[in-house]
Design a protein around this ligand. Structure first.
Ligand code: NDP
Ligand code: A1CAB
Length: 267
């Protein structure tokens, strides 16, 4: 088994780490680079994984996964580039950061893959979109598919689509949690106990998601099936149109796509 280093074990890094451990990856084959001592101790206790300085992890591993904030990427690459060598694979999970940005900062012959994951990976229902850098082999892509496939689905996409993907599946869980929060609050306004409103909303989301996935039916058709003539759903949907929810999603996702592009510029 190859050695994998995860540099930056915050929300997304720990999500990947926990998934790899759940999937049966030996902790001896995993290394973590994390700068805060307290956080390092926490991860060592929770997973039994070795937390070591970034350079040690990067020098030892076959695959180095970068899960720091886009704004920290330049510093981390400057730190580990001197110990990287041809034949290693660098995988970035950071929004906005291009493979060209990374390739310009690592030695010749280091393969680079860009990934946009999402947090449902925590329950093995992640969605990861992966794009190869300029000198990346089929074996490198297969390694990343195996890595991310242990926590959900993986899709290969051209890198030019990564900013839009970030706006859909990377940030997407937050939009859906926001909708869930809003429905729960509305249920409470309608007089339901909070626990009841929460149960009803979550099961409705899970059931609707399962219908979408298992029937393959277009969401507009599924929506029409719920919308009885002159009924309750029609009354509700009219309000969502009046309040321009569809336009708000378009504006929100354009903002996410644009922010991803800005992060590439280092801001
Ligand atoms: N959260 C999400 O849903 C998603 C996140 N991503 C991407 O994942 C990356 C991480 O995001 P997220 O997990 O949310 O952010 P976090 O801030 O939770 O995690 C980043 C981690 O990196 C650590 N870190 C910072 N500098 C270094 C360094 N030099 N060496 C080692 N570790 C370091 C931070 O430590 P400290 O806190 O001490 O600074 C922190 O633990 C980002 O690039 C983001 O774009 C992608 C898709 C989804
Ligand atoms: O908000 C962010 O920047 C990260 C990238 C996608 C989801 N979270």
């Amino acid at each position: 088994m190859t050695q994998t280093a995860i540099l930056g074990a915050g929300v997304m890094g720990e999500t990947l780490l926990s998934g790899l451990v759940r999937a049966g990856r030996r902790v001896d084959d995993l290394l973590v680079g994390e700068k805060r001592a307290e956080r390092a101790r926490e991860l060592e206790e929770r997973y039994g994984v070795a937390v070591v300085p970034n350079v040690d992890a990067a020098a030892k591993a076959d695959t180095v996964v970068l899960v720091v904030k886009p704004q920290d990427m330049g510093d981390v690459l400057a730190e580990v580039a001197p110990v990287l060598r041809a034949g290693q694979l660098v995988v970035s999970l950071a929004a906005g950061i291009t493979t060209a940005y990374i390739e310009a900062r690592v030695p010749e012959g280091v393969a680079v893959v860009r990934v946009m994951p999402n947090t449902p990976a925590l329950v093995d229902e992640g969605m990861a979109a992966i794009s190869p850098g300029s000198h990346c082999s089929e074996a490198d892509l297969a390694e990343v598919e195996s890595l991310m496939g242990s926590v959900g689905r993986v899709l290969r996409i051209p890198e030019r689509q990564q900013d839009a993907v970030t706006a859909i599946s990377g940030s997407g869980p937050a939009y859906l949690f926001f909708v869930v929060e809003s429905m729960i609050e509305a249920g409470v306004h309608l007089g339901l106990p909070r626990a009841t409103a929460t149960d009803l909303t979550i099961q409705t989301l899970v059931g609707s998601g399962k219908m979408l996935r298992e029937t393959g039916t277009h969401p507009a058709v599924l929506r029409e099936q719920v919308t009885s003539p002159a009924g309750t759903t029609a009354a509700a949907l009219r309000e969502l149109e009046v309040h321009k929810v569809r336009a708000a999603f378009l504006a929100a996702m354009e903002a996410a796509r644009d922010r991803s592009r800005e992060l590439a510029e280092g801001s």
